[in-house]
Design a protein around this ligand. Sequence first.
Ligand code: WTA
Length: 674
Amino acid sequence: MNDELSEQLKIETHWQEEEYYQPPASFVAQANLLDGSIYERFCLENFPEYYKEFGQMLDWEKPWDVLFDSSNPPFWRWFVGGRLNAAYNCIDRHLAENKNKTALYFVPEPEDERIEAVTYQDLFVRVNEVAALLRDHFGLKKGDRVTIHMPMVIDLPVTMLACARLGVIHSMVYGGFSAQACADRMVDADSSVLVTMDGYWRDGKWLDQKEKADQAVEAADKEGHRVNKVLVWQRYPAQYKSASQIVEGRDVIVNDLLRQYRGSQVAPESMLGEDTLFLMYTSGSTGKPKAAQHSIGGYLSYVTAMSKYILDIQPKDVYWCMADIGWITGHSFIVYGPLSLGASSVVYEGSPTCPDAGRPWRISERLGVNILHTSPTAIRSLRKLGPDEPAKYNYNYKLMVTVGEPIEPEVWRWYYNTVGNGQAAVVDTYWQTENGGFLCSTVPALKPMKPGSTGPGVPGIHPVIYDDEGKEVPAGSGRGGNLCIKNPWPGIMLGIWGDPDRYVNTYYARVCKNPNSKDWRDWPYFTGDGAMLAKDGYFRVLGRIDDVINVAGHRLGTKEIESAALKVMQVAEAAVIAAHDDIKGVIPEVYVVLQPGVTPSKEVKTVVVDAIVKEIGPIARPREVWIVPDLPKTRSGKIMRRVLASISNRSDLGDLTSLANSEVVENIRKMVQD
Ligand code: WTA
């Protein structure tokens, strides 16, 4: 186990065991999954057969030939030879019975703007028109990649589903990410089409998005990659609200062009179960972001099953996931899962605390939201800014979800008691971009909740904790270790786009029992998270064991932030650590050593902050930049980020004997703490 994790474990093991909370009877009475025998049916001995049930939740044009193909470990393939279309499953199949039901609600951030309700029939029309435009005007076809860099508006899921209808692979880059981040991802995905929007509202401010597209195209060009077309949606149709010029021949206003495609229909492309639906970038410890490549059949069946069993989504529900669609949570649980089940899903443009911390509860009251899905960081800030706000509104949740990072039991209790009024079941869903859907969570009607613990593996997932020798750490031992999954599952990514070695090395190599084996049992999945397993089979996730910082539920690579800092000429060395923060959970802090001859100044610090924001986006904005004479290093020259983290977080510095230059530590400590 690495130092950082063992440090963390020292703290974590002082935590007491929390008491159970039973799911409310009103919830149990209506739940989708009430039959506890699912755990027996989904036991390891029955793998992979039990996943047929998940596949059967979708409509297939042609049934699969092979449920699970493990001939090339660990490149698992599910539902091989089956034919289907994701957009068909999320839209067309609901039309016969539910075409006039709301598929998506759009809630603009400005509260005086009207909420828009898009029915399944409307969605069908819009997706078809956009698909026709993408196909006929831009010549896009099956297998092409389209990068989407958009804010939270209805045109975003419409664009994604139009791609899915054509079999075009969408690669969505979180709208708040910088032009450079967007460029890097376009280069990596080799996509020559970028879809953006003129601008949008966030925290009461109008933000220009199109100008980032111009910079992104330019930056990609510098990396030798040509982006031919930029499709620009208008936040307010028929008005163009960006300061950036429309580039003749390259940029197209989608809203204008769409007029030519009114009423067009496009037959859903017949796709294989194992074909690619989308790419989703995520941070890894080696810096360069990597794209998890998700399949159509495996991914869609998995998110559908998770939405049904864990989120308890039913067609009559109004479900609101507050995540951004630019992250995997939004992909899976704003777009694909709820739409596959025919529910109504809310797309909210803005910040949860705009104009005040009562906003989410007003939206819930207004739309009759009965399932809420959000993150510990949002819960913390709503609790801080408006602890009494929920009580002022009349809404009723049957279920509430938390995801993205461990939730403190105290925060959990506020969520349960104050937000949920003690009437809603809470699920703490643990998973990752790479997984497609949940790994651990309680099944809400079947297992009690335990604050701070995610729960056991969801049905079908068999988690295990290995120590660094690969030995299983038994339940209730009080010891932490590497959280791994014994079996493959349909939602697991197909691989890392364009980098098969990285896929194997990052997720399997460390715990593989035999690299030559063709048996899936020898290839457990390595999550990269530390966790503990209690006697009752509930997991408590301790956090990342690699160099990834989880800011407000979003993974950022320390290396990526450090390389942004290193782009500043005056900086010689940089180390980024996770500083604890009451609201965000964790915020990056940067330690830099300047080039010889450069005088430390406020200006240098500002340049470093700007560089990071420019390269990665405001989400990575460091809380502080410390200019230090030297960084603590091991004898082999490895930067000891753990020591810097302890200084920033004012915790015990731990063992410093492995340092080559322990004298710098006291210097830095004084600078930061005094
Ligand atoms: C962390 C987000 C504790 C974990 C879906 C994981 C969690 C990383 C939880 C993945 C949870 C996610 N409890 N920690 N319920 N959910 N994590 O790829 O460290 O953005 O590895 O996927 O978030 O982040 P990602």
